[in-house]
Write a protein that binds this ligand. Structure first.
Ligand code: HAM
Length: 420
């Protein structure tokens, strides 16, 4: 029997798993530096949380949820996204009763039963933040800036930020009347009309060219913004300009989830083809109440770790060298092995990555392993080295060797290694 991973999931294994880890941790870094705190949440929730929170007109809810009955007969769904689960936890644990905005982040696997293709998986990884309880447009700008900083820290350059505003409830009610009016005048099939009835904005996102063409002259939400929404959106743009974060306004942007209001944004990478969205988010005023919480506003984003990794690979910015093992120790004999074990512990305490050749293999085989591991330096410890107290430190890239006393190896490697 030969088992395989389920269809369409993303898996990471060595050596590429190091790049994955680097992308995820780099994206999290600016989030932590902005004071967001970790939420570690279940990957499944009551199904109703998602149907209420994510929205009945979305593909995510209608076609893509992994839903099943648990042993107690409850309907359970694997989380297709992070926001509603995060808000559920914020409400349940009263995090919205302390200092506002409550700022949380999470990282992990999400599940959508999509048709798998490059950059689109049924289990994917995302890093997200949610800030709950502040209407300040400066918060919108900061949230966008945090995502931007994460992508920049990876070294990505070929991406664009698109923003728009979906306005407030009054804005959308007015626009909805005109948009439905416009849509009624079109020659559309029943299923499309039914979708439009639940959320007419979805038609802007229709993949079919004929629908896109029909929607080209449809009234745009941005033209209906209330004074309050417009002032907020302009303030966000002002802050982004001050931060020198470039953006374009895309009035036809439709997010895949129904809860968005006000400022909405997407990061789009130029080299990723059809699945170009590397991150996105926005405000969701009303969602807290929708799932049983206080009437507090909120804003957040989700960044696609899988896609950010594909983007980093496409731009050639994955710094493989930073993943290398610093030192590979080859002990020859029992005494040497004892020395290797304690020496490696000491070096690791100085933040160096150290590996030992195990299994008493021939020197040649051990050297080959050192090479495969991609070690920067190798030392061989044998009887002579133990007697003289000196080792030859070999730099693998250049083949150069330097004689170093065993007692100064820690100091040499931890201070000089990086500059060599
Ligand atoms: P989302 O845009 O649906 O937003 O997902 C966030 C990111 O996850 C996307 O930009 C994309 O990079 C990645 N992603 C989504 N689906 C897949 C997939 N099937 N395969 C690979 N990557 C994928 C949200 O989920 C919102 N919860 C974000 C948010 C937080 N909005 C406010 N707060």
């Amino acid at each position: 029997m030969k088992y395989q991973a389920p269809k369409g999931v993303s898996e990471y294994f060595p050596p590429r798993s190091r790049s994955f880890e680097w992308v995820r941790d780099t994206l999290i870094e600016p989030i932590k530096r902005s004071g967001y705190q970790l939420l570690e949440l279940p990957v499944f929730e009551e199904t109703e949380l998602f149907t209420r929170g994510v929205g009945a007109s979305t593909d995510v809810v209608t076609k893509e949820m992994y839903t099943f009955e648990d042993r107690g007969g409850r309907s359970i769904t694997l989380r297709p996204e992070g926001t509603v689960g995060a808000l559920r936890a914020v409400i349940e644990h009263g995090l919205d009763r302390g200092a506002l905005p409550a700022k949380v982040f999470y990282s992990g696997a999400f599940f959508r039963a999509e048709r798998p293709q490059a950059g689109r998986y049924r289990q994917f990884y995302s890093v997200g933040v949610e800030a709950i309880g502040s209407d300040d447009p400066a918060l919108d700008a900061e949230v966008i800036a945090i995502a931007d900083a994460g992508f920049r820290a990876l070294g990505l350059k070929q991406f664009k930020l698109e923003i728009t505003s979906l306005g407030d409830a009054a804005t959308r009610a007015l626009h909805r009347i005109d948009l439905l009016d416009y849509i009624e005048g079109l020659d559309l099939d029943g299923a499309t009309l039914a979708r439009a009835e639940i959320n007419p904005l979805r038609l802007f996102d229709d993949k079919r060219k004929e629908i896109r063409d029909l929607m080209a002259k449809a009234p745009l939400l941005l033209d209906y913004l209330s004074d309050e929404s417009r002032t907020h959106f302009e303030a966000v743009q002002g802050y982004l300009r001050d931060l020198k974060i470039e953006f374009t306004i895309n009035p036809r942007m439709v997010r895949g989830l129904d809860y968005y209001t006000g400022t909405t944004f997407e990061f789009v990478h130029e080299l990723l083809g059809a699945q170009s969205g590397i991150g996105g988010g926005g405000r969701y005023d009303g969602l807290m109440e929708q799932i049983g919480g206080q009437p507090l506003s909120g804003i957040g984003f989700g960044l696609g770790v899988d896609r950010a990794l594909l983007a980093a690979e496409a731009e050639g910015v994955v710094d493989q060298a930073s993943f290398l093992t610093d030192l590979y120790i080859i002990p020859l004999g029992l005494k040497a092995k004892t020395i290797a074990l304690s020496l490696s512990q000491e070096l690791r305490a100085h933040d160096l990555t150290v590996e030992i050749a195990f299994g008493d293999r021939a020197l040649k085989t051990a050297m080959k392993s050192a090479d495969k591991t991609g070690a920067r330096y190798v030392v061989i410890i044998g009887d002579t080295e133990i007697t003289t107290g000196t080792v030859n430190l070999k730099q693998m890239r250049t083949g150069e060797t330097t004689s170093v006393s065993l007692s100064s190896l820690v100091a040499t490697l931890s201070t000089e290694l990086l500059t060599w």
